[in-house]
Design a binder for this molecule. Structure first.
Ligand SMILES: Nc1ncnc2c1ncn2[C@@H]1O[C@H](COP(=O)(O)OP(=O)(O)OP(=O)(O)O)[C@@H](O)[C@H]1O
Ligand SMILES: [Mg+2]
Length: 358
């Protein structure tokens, strides 16, 4: 990406014998929202800290708006950062917390008050200037941290799990607010989370990280519907994984023939013949009379879990392979535990991963 807001090339960080970041390549376009998603300890915070300048890489390069920044101290990198634990100054008022970065950068005292007011309005905290962090709710504290990052009018935002300490409802509200703000300001953003829902709803692209590497980089739909590996498939949402053998490469329409313990199947595939994993999302595995051309498997309904808007159906194939199906609770079907049924999907509903099943 020639005009990237940020470019990481072969980024490496070691702590003693442990390689925390192991060759990360990533380009973020101007205005783009990219999420680093992965389990605890996979290197998300370490990656952000290298971009921000709090850690120096053991290898690789960081370019911000075309400029190599490895030698620049954090405050010269023109980045706004929200840390995993907020890191507000407890003894300072909200206004002083937000003003801190401007003072550090030597902004004229006369301009500071106006900039602070503007930043607090942006995150809807007008009127709370004089409070201390301890006199605020978790969501308000989070907004102070965001205002403090935005007030310096950074070229880029780095947000490290900014919503992880909030309860579910507030988290969902803040998700929408941060997305709206990011779009309005058109500011390139790297957002770190291990919440798949946050990643799917907020991101232009998601980088799924594992053990210091990016395992897959793509749009939310690509990551969800065409996971490259079993790890990515299993990390986002629920998924059925069935042992299978591709008997050849895909046809012109991208569909490959498969053999599975339940019988013949067909699915979308981008690889070649061999042992593979057939995946079907629970919402794409349906129960009842299959339409012509669908792949239908005999199953036993082992459990029906009531989720309100949806029903979760735990199924079993004849060879014991468990399957999960999800049906809308539309009042039409009445599935009973112990019932024998047909579970069906189309080749378009299913996706093949070129890794053998575990
Ligand atoms: N200063 C340090 N010294 C030694 N090891 C470290 C240090 N910082 C991080 N690590 C290790 O590097 C790895 C990556 O840590 P990092 O904080 O980047 O993970 P993370 O993906 O942000 O995880 P989480 O989701 O829990 O925040 C971990 O194994 C961690 O223990
Ligand atoms: Mg972290």
């Amino acid at each position: 990406m020639a005009d990237a807001a940020l470019q990481l090339a072969g980024l490496v960080k070691r702590f003693g014998a442990h390689t925390a970041v192991d060759g990360v390549d990533l380009a973020v376009a101007p205005g783009e929202f990219v999420t680093l998603l992965g389990p605890s300890g996979c290197g998300k915070t370490t990656t952000l800290n290298m971009i921000a300048g709090f850690l120096s890489p053991d290898g690789g390069h960081i370019t911000l708006a075309g400029r190599h920044v490895e030698e620049l101290p954090p405050f010269k990198r023109d980045l706004g950062m929200v840390f995993q634990d907020y890191a507000l100054f407890p003894h300072m008022s909200v206004a002083d917390n937000v003003a801190f970065g401007l003072k550090m950068r030597g902004v004229a005292a006369g301009d500071i008050a106006a900039r602070v007011r503007e930043a607090l309005a942006l995150v809807k905290l007008d009127g709370l200037e004089a409070r201390r962090p301890l006199q605020l709710s978790g969501g308000q504290r989070q907004r102070v941290a965001l205002a403090r990052a935005l007030v310096i009018r950074p070229a880029m935002l780095l947000l490290d799990e900014p919503l992880s300490n909030l309860d579910l409802k507030l988290r969902e509200e803040m998700r929408i607010e941060i997305s709206a703000l990011q779009r309005r300001l058109r500011i390139a953003t790297i957002f770190v989370t291990h919440d798949q829902g946050e990643a799917l709803t907020m991101s232009d692209r998601i980088a799924v990280m594992r053990a210091g590497r990016i395992e897959q980089l793509g749009s939310p739909a690509e990551i969800y519907e065409r996971p490259a590996t079993r790890f990515v498939a299993g990390f986002i949402g629920s998924i059925n994984m069935v042992r299978a053998r591709a008997t050849g490469a895909a046809d012109a329409g991208g569909i490959a023939r498969l053999e599975t313990p339940a019988g013949a199947a067909a699915a979308r595939f981008a690889g070649s013949a061999g042992d593979v994993t057939l995946t079907i999302r629970p919402e794409r595995l349906r129960l009842g009379a299959p339409p012509p051309g669908a792949i239908a498997w005999d199953v036993v309904i082992e459990r029906v879990v009531y989720l309100g808007a949806r029903l979760e159906l735990r199924l079993k194939l004849a060879d014991g392979t468990p399957l999960l199906a999800e049906a809308p609770n539309d009042g039409r079907a009445s599935w009973r535990e112990g019932q024998v049924a047909l579970a069906w999907f189309t080749a378009e509903d299913a996706w093949v991963i070129a890794e053998p099943a575990a």
